[in-house]
Write a protein that binds this ligand. Structure first.
Ligand SMILES: Cc1ncc(COP(=O)(O)O)c(C=O)c1O
Length: 369
């Protein structure tokens, strides 16, 4: 008999990857799926999707939240709903989806440099980049740490611009007593499997303005206002009962997950804090979610040596974010000093639920060399 060509060989993953999705007890997920089999309601704003929206709002103390397919669609829905056109001022230090969604929506990303301590968009650079074509600002709460939201808000108000926060990393961070999702005209979340809180794939749009909420409520569902009429131009931005079920079960464990992340991050800090490596400071008034463990090395050379040592030992850190987005082929390039320097030297160290203290000690030793 010939070889079974349908069998796909799984790729070998590193012994310690940069992250691993949290997996809840399978029985709890299966239990929720029983209802899906009974109802045969698989998607299209099903009861589990609605329940997840309610539970997320209650957990994060939000008035409004729309669960969507993923964090990228969330960004595209946000840009469209705010009617952004022309130029959008944005950060070069983020994941590619922040930029590609601007381009996808037919707008032009205008990159300004980041602030060297927090690595979020530098508000001082925003003002000088505004032209008569600018309609909005799209900034990322990098690694779940807040942008300079007051300064950005002040500029946006004064210059008549809309603000979208890519809050893909911000689940659970509280700034000045409220969820980081609750800033800007719209915030977008990602619940991708690699995120602190996940529903395998998934995302959310959080908008304060009821008219914008209504716009996105319809646009995520093809624009339907009823079976035969349409409210606006839409897209398929819905999510399924299977994803919502995963989100609901994971939400039961999120406090544990967050406590563990904090403990692991603090251990990394205690092991590497008084070395030439730099950790990011948590800004005042911030209850941080400790979603990532980024460290900034002294030089790119040192970073590459550390990566090499880690990889030889079956450990995969991630150069996150590298390269910076203003160097993408499909955008207008401008030199930006701070981000070009930082992105060469920043490394995200492994962090996930099962990672042990011993592993962290081993990783720390290898990083130092
Ligand atoms: C900063 C940032 N923005 C947007 C996204 C896109 O989210 P998603 O993967 O859910 O589409 C991600 C993550 O993947 C991200 O890290």
């Amino acid at each position: 008999m010939g070889k079974d060509k349908t069998k796909i060989k799984p790729k070998r993953v590193a012994d310690i990857p940069v992250t691993k999705p949290f997996m809840p007890p399978r029985e709890e997920y299966s239990e929720l799926l029983k209802g899906v089999w009974e109802r045969i309601w698989l998607t299209n704003n099903g009861p589990l999707v609605q329940q997840l929206e309610e539970e997320l709002k209650s957990k994060l103390d939000l008035d409004h939240l729309l669960y969507v397919t993923n964090g990228t669609i969330a960004l595209q829905l946000a840009i469209k709903a705010l009617g952004l056109k022309g130029e959008i001022i944005t950060t070069p230090f983020s994941y590619v989806a922040t930029t590609s969604s601007i381009v996808w929506e037919g707008c032009e990303p205008v990159f300004v440099d980041i602030e060297p301590e927090r690595l979020t968009i530098d508000p001082h650079r925003i003002e000088e980049a505004i032209t008569e074509k600018t309609t909005g600002i799209l900034a990322t709460h990098v690694y779940g740490l807040p942008c300079f939201v007051e300064e950005i808000e002040e500029i946006a108000q004064r210059r008549g611009l809309k603000v979208i926060y890519d809050a893909a990393h911000a689940f659970g961070t509280i700034y000045k007593g409220k969820s980081l999702y609750d800033y800007g005209d719209i915030s977008t979340a990602s619940f991708h499997a690699t995120k602190l809180f996940h529903s395998v794939e998934g995302g959310a749009v959080i908008a304060g303005n009821p008219a914008i909420q209504e716009e996105i409520h319809h646009s995520r569902n093809f624009g339907h206002a009823g079976p035969e009429n349409y409210f606006n131009v839409g897209i398929n931005g819905k999510n399924s009962e299977f994803h919502a079920a995963m989100g609901l079960v994971n939400l039961r464990y999120i406090d544990q997950v967050m406590d563990k992340r904090k403990e692991q991050s603090l251990l990394y800090r205690s092991l590497l804090g008084h070395t030439p490596l730099r950790f990011l400071e948590v800004p005042p008034d911030t209850d941080y979610n400790f979603a990532y463990v980024p460290v900034i090395l002294e030089s790119e050379e040192k970073l590459l040596q550390a990566v090499d040592r880690l990889k030889k030992n079956g450990i995969s850190p991630r150069r996150y974010f590298y390269p910076p987005l203003h160097q993408l082929d499909y955008v207008k390039r401008t030199p930006l000093q701070v981000v070009e320097d930082i992105s060469r030297r920043v490394l995200c160290l492994p962090v996930y639920q099962e990672l042990s203290g011993k592993d962290i000690e081993r990783i720390a030793k290898l990083v130092l060399g």
